[in-house]
Structures are given as structure tokens and as C-alpha cells.
Design a protein around this ligand. Structure first.
Ligand SMILES: NC(=O)c1ccc[n+]([C@@H]2O[C@H](COP(=O)([O-])OP(=O)(O)OC[C@H]3O[C@@H](n4cnc5c(N)ncnc54)[C@H](OP(=O)(O)O)[C@@H]3O)[C@@H](O)[C@H]2O)c1
Length: 267
């Protein structure tokens, strides 16, 4: 690096091969962040990397990795260390869902979901927070869900995993207050990505009986990215989503769960 040259800023984004993660990568690149992009689909990551490098002249390191593997976070951190990269932004976006009666869904898929949505997110955060604290700055965006606020029959393990992400993020944000390190939980409602079909939903767009508008991933990513840069603790994109989340707080929990079950039942 030449004297006086700006210090390169890096964003580490998991689940960047499509959906909300790819949109977050585009926003960070447009802001001049170099990118570490992680997902399993090496070809999709490479295509995105070429596009963002061409558009924004940023450096992009693609790391094809299955983040549901228990060693994945350590492998990823080792890859960063080998390149002397300490990210300024950590975006824990990778996540999977699983739809169906709990008695029928495969345990292995549920454990992999927990490893991805909870364990790897926690490991990456745990490894990077001390480096952020040593530097006195760092921003973390954890992608949770509007499902973080209530139980989700027919998506029991997924909703429970997102409740963890929200609770963990809010607690860390409080512990880190005043340190220069911020933690933002992004809680999207239904968003037009391949997520629902991959979760095994047969009618992915009829969420809550079709009552909830389906957001575009670009809009969700923009809300999350702006919240991240502003150091907000909680971002719920979309007024209807915000209203639903707020109203659930005033309902008896059992009643809210029953309504959710009624509107989400497999048909
Ligand atoms: N879509 C919604 O309605 C919605 C609502 C609320 C919250 N969310 C949350 O938003 C986040 C992004 O979801 P999305 O809607 O953008 O879904 P998506 O289009 O399915 O994207 C998921 C991303 O995670 C990656 N991923 C999945 N399993 C992985 C694994 N084992 N290892 C590494 N990467 C993995 C996928 O890449 P590869 O397949 O290439 O690995 C992909 O890049 C998730 O955390 C999800 O829970 C989504």
C-alpha cells in the first residue's frame, strides 16, 4: 500500500450467492467495500464477483464453503487470516428454512439448519468481535426474521433458530454499546427469493394466507444495509411486517401461535 492510500475496507457476507445476500453484496461494493463472499455455489459467487468487480472496481474474494459444517467458521477465518483481512462489516446472512410437520421433517436437515443459522453465525461473530474491539470499530448485521418474534408451527426449528438470532444480536448490541462495535438484527418478512421453495413450501407466496405483501430482496437488503451503517439494533423492513410484529406482542402467545398455525397449515 502506498503512503496516504486509503486503507481498504472489507465486508464479509455469508449466503452471498443469491437472494438478499447478493443484494447486500451489491450495496457494499457500490460503497467501495472489498468483498469476501461465502456460499456453497462457487459458480454463482464467481459470476457475482465478476459483475461487482466490473461495476465498482472492488476486490472480491470468493470462498465456496458449506457453512453448515462445524469447522466452516474456523476454515473461513483462516482464509481471511492468510490474506491479512479483518472485515469492517460482518454480514451473517446465510440461512435455510424447513417446512413441514415436526414429526415428518428429517432430523439431519434440522441439525444442519441449526449448525448454519445458529452455530456458524455465533462462531463467526465470536471470532471477529475481539478483533473489532481491538480496532475500536466494526459493524455486524445478523439476518433474523419477523418469525423471530413468535413460534412458527410447521417451521418450528426455523422460527426457533431465528428467535435465537434476534435475542443473541440484541444482547450483544447492549454488551457492546459505546465500544465502536454495533450489532444490527435485520428481520425481513416474506421476501421474493428461492428461500421458501428450498424450504419445502409448496405455495411459497401464500404466506399467512396471502395477507402479507412479498418484498423484493433489493428493498430488504437496502433497509438492512442502511440500518447496519446507522448502527441500528433492529430493522423490520415494511410497514405491514412492523405492524404484525408489534401486534403479536399484545396477543396471548398461545392465540398468536394458533393463528399462525391456521394460516400456515400444509394444504
Ligand atoms: N426469503 C424470505 O422470505 C426470508 C424471510 C425472513 C428471513 N430470511 C432470511 O434471509 C436470509 C437470506 O435468505 P434468502 O431469502 O436470500 O434465501 P436464499 O435466496 O435461499 O439465499 C440463501 C443463501 O444462503 C446460502 N446458503 C444456504 N445454505 C448454505 C450452507 N450450508 N453453506 C453456505 N451457504 C449457504 C445460499 O447459497 P448456496 O445455496 O449457494 O450455499 C444463499 O446464498 C436467510 O437467513 C433467511 O433465513 C428470508
Amino acid at each position: 500500500m502506498t503512503a496516504g492510500a486509503p486503507i481498504p475496507r472489507w465486508a464479509l457476507i455469508t449466503g452471498a450467492s443469491g437472494g438478499i445476500g447478493a443484494e447486500l453484496a451489491a450495496l457494499a461494493a457500490a460503497d467501495g467495500y472489498h468483498l469476501v463472499l461465502v456460499a456453497r455455489s462457487a459458480d454463482l459467487l464467481a459470476t457475482l464477483a465478476r459483475t461487482l468487480t466490473r461495476l465498482h472496481s472492488v476486490e472480491v474474494l470468493c470462498v465456496p464453503l458449506d457453512l453448515a459444517r462445524r469447522e466452516a467458521a474456523n476454515d473461513l477465518i483462516a482464509r481471511l487470516a492468510a490474506r491479512a483481512i479483518v472485515p469492517d462489516l460482518l454480514i451473517n446472512n446465510a440461512g435455510v428454512g424447513l417446512y413441514g410437520l415436526h414429526q415428518d421433517t428429517p432430523l439431519e436437515a434440522e441439525l444442519a439448519l441449526i449448525d448454519l443459522n445458529i452455530v456458524t453465525l455465533t462462531r463467526l461473530t465470536k471470532r471477529l468481535v475481539p478483533e473489532f474491539l481491538a480496532r475500536g470499530s466494526g459493524r455486524i448485521l445478523n439476518v433474523a426474521s419477523t418469525g423471530s418474534f413468535q413460534a412458527g408451527p410447521y417451521r418450528a426449528v426455523y422460527y426457533a433458530s431465528k428467535a435465537y438470532v434476534l435475542s443473541y444480536s440484541e444482547a450483544l448490541a447492549e454488551e457492546l454499546a459505546g465500544s465502536g462495535v454495533t450489532v444490527t438484527a435485520l428481520c425481513p418478512g416474506p421476501t421474493q427469493t428461492g428461500f421458501h421453495a428450498r424450504s419445502g413450501m409448496r405455495h411459497p407466496l401464500r404466506i399467512l394466507g396471502g395477507l402479507v405483501p412479498i418484498a423484493r430482496p433489493a428493498a430488504v437488503a437496502r433497509a438492512g444495509y442502511q440500518g447496519l451503517l446507522a448502527g441500528k439494533r433492529l430493522v423490520i423492513p415494511g410497514r405491514v411486517n412492523w405492524l404484525l410484529v408489534e401486534s403479536v406482542r399484545f396477543l396471548p402467545r398461545r392465540f398468536a401461535t394458533a393463528i399462525f398455525a391456521f394460516t400456515s397449515r400444509p394444504r
